[in-house]
Ligand binder design. Structure first.
Ligand code: TYM
Length: 385
């Protein structure tokens, strides 16, 4: 049974995430969903779009194509009744030890970039997660229904600790290294989404598992206490996984030690040309889109396709008589031109000393707090608190 379908939302095409039938726990979730779906169905009039991003400083091109660009498009195409909330999820950053001044700075850089890419505070609530305490309150409540078995099968804690995918909780390395916060990270993510009764969550492919878990947890809660949470749908961006320029079998990420492996949204045109020129490709003469065997060149083709709104095949046929150098030059110019106004807005925002960013964050957290409080009232009533 294939539960992945393409949906068109606000004129854009996304992969809609269903519940994987291969996983028994998730399948139980589906059954529960059928039981409780009579009152958790989301009506077209009540769309709530929520998403979050970690405070890693200025985001990279993968964050942009996989998430931020989609957030802005969803915002700009949203109908009037749609609620839009976007959060810099600073509490999530604490799963690894943080230096306070560094984290403060990274939060601000991320916040400024969200405005620079086009999120509009008049339309979207943009806020820091730690300013809305209902996220952590609901986290605790959801942790009483979240499945340990499900959490133990999830991949993120293993990859963060560099443990093999088949590691379980009995494993001695897991016992020595694993902290509760990292293990329960998906429960906090579910709380982020559910506290706002989000119906749509735009994310990149790497968040698919977390969205399935959020749906499963919402189902468990609804089943026990009544249908309070709508089941959030993941809107997976067409740019599912932008890959590293230095190790194109890995996704682009801030944790890669080589800064040339990624483009930041604040990079200058010279930085961008230098990084793309140095991107690892192969020595095959013919241009071909083949992510499994030729990941480096395929990544560049995909990036160009996303910027130009074309298919990878169209890009290949356009460049089939060109050299790899010419393709790289074109990709770099396309990215640099697109990012130039974002970079200029970012610099103006980060250098602004009038307290504008703080004002936007305060305004956003007020909206988010009042939205979350409404959910918490219902949740507490349902629980007898
Ligand atoms: P984070 O901060 O790692 O990434 C933010 C968004 O960027 C997408 N992304 C990518 N997309 C394509 N290619 C890449 N190389 C790439 N790298 C990152 C991610 O898919 C994501 O959409 N757990 C989340 C943050 C979070 C969250 C939430 C998201 C916390 N609570 C609630 C949605 C809803 C995370 O670490 O994303």
């Amino acid at each position: 049974m294939d539960l992945k379908t393409r949906v068109v939302y606000n004129g854009q095409s996304f992969t809609k995430l269903g519940v994987s039938a291969r996983n028994r726990v998730q399948f139980e979730g589906l059954i529960q969903h059928r039981r409780s779906s009579h009152s958790t169905k989301t009506s077209a009039a009540h769309k709530t779009i929520f998403s979050g991003i970690q405070p890693t400083g200025v985001p990279h091109l993968g964050n942009y194509l996989g998430a931020l660009r989609e957030w802005v498009q969803l915002q700009n195409g949203a109908t009037e009744g749609t609620k839009l909330l976007f959060s810099v999820v600073d509490l999530h950053a604490l799963t690894v030890p943080q230096d306070a001044p560094w984290l403060r700075n990274c939060k601000k850089e991320m916040f400024a970039t969200l405005l620079a890419v086009g999120l509009d505070p008049a339309r979207s609530a943009i806020f820091y997660q730690s300013d809305v305490s209902a996220h952590t309150e609901l986290f605790w409540i959801l942790s009483t229904v979240a499945s340990m078995g499900y959490l133990s099968r999830m991949t993120q804690w293993k990859s963060k600790l560099q443990l093999p995918e088949n590691t379980n909780l009995e494993d001695s390395a897991a016992r020595a290294k694993l902290r509760l916060g990292l293990f329960s990270y998906p429960v906090l993510q579910a709380a982020d989404i559910l506290v706002h009764r989000a119906t749509h969550v735009p994310v990149g492919e790497d968040q698919r598992q977390h969205l399935e878990f959020s749906r499963n947890t919402a189902n468990s809660f609804n089943h026990l206490y009544g249908s309070i949470f709508p089941l959030p749908e993941a809107l997976i961006s067409p740019a599912k996984r932008v890959m590293s320029f230095k190790e194109p079998t890995l996704k682009m990420s801030k944790s890669h030690p080589d800064e040339r492996s990624r483009i930041l949204l604040s990079d200058t045109p010279e930085d961008i040309h230098r990084k793309i020129k140095g991107a690892l490709t192969d020595s095959e003469p013919q241009l071909k889109y083949d992510p499994d065997n030729r990941p480096g060149v395929s990544n560049l083709i995909e990036i160009l396709a996303h910027f130009e709104g074309k298919s990878c095949e169209e890009v290949v046929s356009e460049f089939q008589h060109s050299s790899l150098g010419a393709l790289k030059g074109h990709v770099a110019s396309r990215i640099a031109n697109h990012l130039q106004p974002i970079r200029e807005r970012y610099i103006a925002l980060i250098e602004n000393k009038t307290g504008y960013l703080e004002d936007v964050a305060n305004q956003g957290s007020q909206v988010a707090r009042s939205n979350a409080e409404r959910t918490m009232k219902q949740v507490k009533e349902a629980l007898g608190l």
